[in-house]
Write a protein that binds this ligand. Structure first.
Ligand SMILES: [Zn+2]
Length: 373
């Protein structure tokens, strides 16, 4: 497995942080490489045997790490006891609030595997009623868990700040809603809330094949994106990095948008609009999709150029995104960027399917609670 940059944005080096850093390093090494002996762990991390023994004892005490029997070593002497993160001893609760008609939640294991699922129809709920639905989904999953829950991760539509306050999510009628704090109080568990497209980018980083410099474009009722630059998620000056849905594409007008402008990327690309156009002219399906892909390429080219991205990942219904749309987007991107830098740019569909936000929410909890990704 290639090394991956940590998602943590701060590189703390003060002495009081050293132990915490070493602890994360041990957990990250076990998480990425799997069970190994304490001696292997010392070699892999560059920490001393004594430090490793202390840290492993601490992690065993917290039940985050388990001993897994022994392995015969080539060297003479006592067989080495293997240790690993307790991958089956915890669940993570991931909830996806991004669909227009339902909230989807699941219990996930530490490797991002999805276990129990709950789908709650939204039935037009907004404001407090929508918050109550999130709480209900979480409580139902908590009741099903047979092992401790490490934390709750939520991918919400709209703009979400670093404290998990939903600054605005118009479709849910949420404004300045401290969703993270509300859920901590309701559930009594650690909770992390972030924008759904950013969470999708975390999923690609942890459980997909994302490169370090990647844009994950999530196309559904709206269009949003998460940006990984140097392996770090960008949040932006107002926590809205990647919000490209209401950027006007081109100077030739376009359909009116809910935001009041004309020709926003969302008017070209949102799934309900694509479906309506295809339903009205089924014979022109490929042309309709190619035109949407071209607009996506026009919108993304300056972003790819400015950030020197290596790939673009599309998340959404594959039957619409794969094919003419993706081909036109890539052709347009290549024709509008510099071949010597971006000639090998890749554009692909996400392999994580409909679970991408739930899995990204789990990745966020792993990163936030254990420092691993
Ligand atoms: Zn708009």
């Amino acid at each position: 497995m290639p090394p991956r940059a940590s998602l943590r944005t701060t590189a703390k080096s003060l002495p009081e942080h050293a132990r915490g850093n070493n602890r994360s390093l041990v957990l990250q090494t076990l998480y990425s490489d799997g069970a190994m002996s304490r001696a292997d762990l010392a070699r892999a991390t560059g920490l001393t045997r004594v430090t490793i023994s202390d840290l492993v004892a601490e992690l065993l005490g917290e039940a985050l790490v388990v001993e897994q029997g022994t392995r015969d070593e080539a060297r003479p002497g006592k067989p080495a006891t293997l240790v690993d993160i307790d991958r089956t001893g915890f669940r993570i609760l991931g909830i996806d609030l991004s669909a227009h008609d339902a909230f989807r939640g699941a219990l996930l294991d530490l490797d991002g595997g999805v276990h129990d699922r709950v789908i709650a129809a939204l039935d037009g709920a907004t404001g407090e009623a929508a918050v109550a639905k999130v709480v209900a989904v979480a409580r139902e999953l908590i009741a099903r868990a047979t092992v401790p829950i490490l934390g709750v991760g939520i991918g919400s539509p709209g703009v979400v700040d670093l404290a998990g306050i939903v600054l605005t999510a118009p479709n849910l009628g949420w404004h300045d809603l401290p969703l993270q704090d509300v859920l901590v109080a309701e559930l009594g568990l650690p909770v992390l809330v972030a924008n759904d497209a950013n969470v999708a980018a975390l999923a690609e980083h942890s459980f997909g094949d994302a490169l370090s410099d990647t844009m994950v474009v999530k196309i559904g009722n709206g269009v949003g994106a998460g940006l990984l630059v140097g392996g770090t998620l960008l949040s932006g000056a107002r926590f809205s990095a990647g919000e490209i849905g209401h950027v006007v594409v081109g100077t030739d007008g376009g359909e009116p948008c809910a935001c009041g402008k004309h020709g926003c990327l969302e008017t070209w690309l949102a799934i309900p609009r694509l479906e309506a156009r295809i339903a009205a002219a089924p014979a022109e399906r490929d042309d309709i999709l190619a035109r949407a892909g071209e607009r996506l390429g026009i919108a993304l080219a300056p972003v790819v150029g400015a950030l020197d991205l290596a790939e673009v990942v599309l998340s959404g219904p594959a039957h619409l995104l794969d094919g003419p749309l993706a081909r036109a987007a890539l052709d347009t991107l290549r024709s509008r960027t510099m071949a010597e830098f971006h000639g090998d740019l890749s554009l692909r569909g996400s392999a994580l399917g409909e679970d991408i936000v739930m899995r990204g929410a789990a990745a966020m909890v792993l990163s936030g609670r254990l420092g691993v990704s």
